[in-house]
Design a protein around this ligand. Structure first.
Ligand code: SF4
Length: 343
């Protein structure tokens, strides 16, 4: 049986046709799902035979929430979802003044090995399908009882390592027949797989590309990000220029500040030099410390100094608001503690 959320409208229309049903039934089924009717038998405008055919071929893959943690400020909610095959994944919902945002996972685990990240500790289990990525939003929105208007692909997993499924997800979440979330409200964050960035650029989407840079030079980057052994910062920035050239979209560089490691005045000057003149924005992140790592967070004074240097050098810079620290909101932490408890 297939997860019906893995199909787009066109594919479901095709299925209807091949199974002796009218094509417009596809739209009816999709409408029911977004009205939170998650059982074919409750779709009251479908005939008994249509329902039987659907039940034989599909299930509606809305994941079950097995744990939810809310931050004390009630602005962040982290869900642990159970998938049909027994795997667990996590998403974080963040409430901002400008709307609700969700950070979704794209893989179960991750193989990229970034030292500051809990998602990669057990390696990768498998890719998520487009429907499994979408299901996180549908379920979280239903639990929140408010519209989610922004999506960030920055949870567990490297989105560009699951290229086809992530692309299909972007099309489906963007579709007017689905959640209708505009491409400009979707951010894809990557550790920097250079050839895939170029492939994405060629598609000329209007999504925001965020690059986990975290270092001003290769020597520092290689110490926490194995991907830096495959591609130099020079190659990465060339791919970013290519992306900007194709899409005319500003790139966001994520830079997690680690005490005494990448947060000095010299690091800020070097970062300014390599990004000078690029259509970009730097997002400074006070790292979420994880138990499995000795990396420590820079203090606020150091972070502000770093920001001032970038701004003085003409680089647009913000500091990411810290959310959900009291609920293990960093990527992969909740799934890990769940798996440890189970063991
Ligand atoms: S930061 Fe992203 S790419 Fe790196 S290990 Fe974690 S999930 Fe994977």
């Amino acid at each position: 049986m297939k997860n019906i959320l893995d199909l787009d409208l066109q594919e479901l229309k095709q299925w209807m046709k091949e199974n002796g049903e009218k094509e417009f039934r596809a739209k009816q089924v999709i409408d029911w799902i977004y009205k939170e009717v998650w059982s074919f038998s409750e779709m009251s405008n479908l005939s008994k035979t249509t329902i039987e055919k659907l039940e034989k071929s599909f299930y509606i893959g809305i994941p079950e929430i097995i744990e939810t943690y809310s931050s004390k400020r009630e602005d962040t909610r982290k869900h642990l979802f159970l998938l049909k095959d027994g795997n667990v994944i996590e998403s974080v919902v963040m409430k901002y003044k400008h709307g609700n945002s969700i950070c979704v996972s794209t893989q179960i685990g991750c193989k990229m090995g970034c030292k500051f990240c809990a998602s990669t500790i057990g390696g990768i289990v498998r890719n998520l399908t487009s429907g499994e990525i979408l299901g996180q939003i549908i379920k979280a929105q239903s639990e929140l009882k408010e519209r989610i208007s922004n999506v960030v692909l920055m949870g567990s997993g490297e989105p560009l390592d699951n290229f086809e499924n992530v692309l299909k997800f972007i099309c489906n979440v963007n579709s007017e027949h689905g959640l209708n979330i505009g491409q400009r409200h979707i951010t894809l964050s990557t550790c920097g797989i250079v050839p895939k960035i170029k492939m994405l650029a060629d598609l000329n989407l209007q999504i925001t590309l965020a690059i986990s840079l975290h270092a001003p030079n290769d020597e520092i980057r290689r110490q926490t990000m194995p991907i830096a052994n495959a591609y130099t910062i020079k190659e990465l920035l060339e791919a970013c220029e290519y992306y900007i050239g194709k899409t005319n979209r500003r790139i966001t560089f994520e830079y997690a500040l680690v005490k005494g490691f990448n947060d000095t005045k010299e690091n800020a000057e070097e970062l300014s030099r390599i990004l000078k003149g690029m259509l970009c924005h730097v997002n400074l992140i006070p790292i979420n410390e994880i138990n499995e790592s000795t990396l420590k967070k820079s203090n606020m004074e150091e972070i502000n100094k770093f920001k001032d240097i970038l701004i003085k050098n003409g680089i647009e810079t913000t500091i990411r608001r810290e959310m959900g620290l009291d609920i293990n909101a960093a990527c992969g932490q909740l799934r890990r503690s769940y798996l440890e408890k189970k063991e």
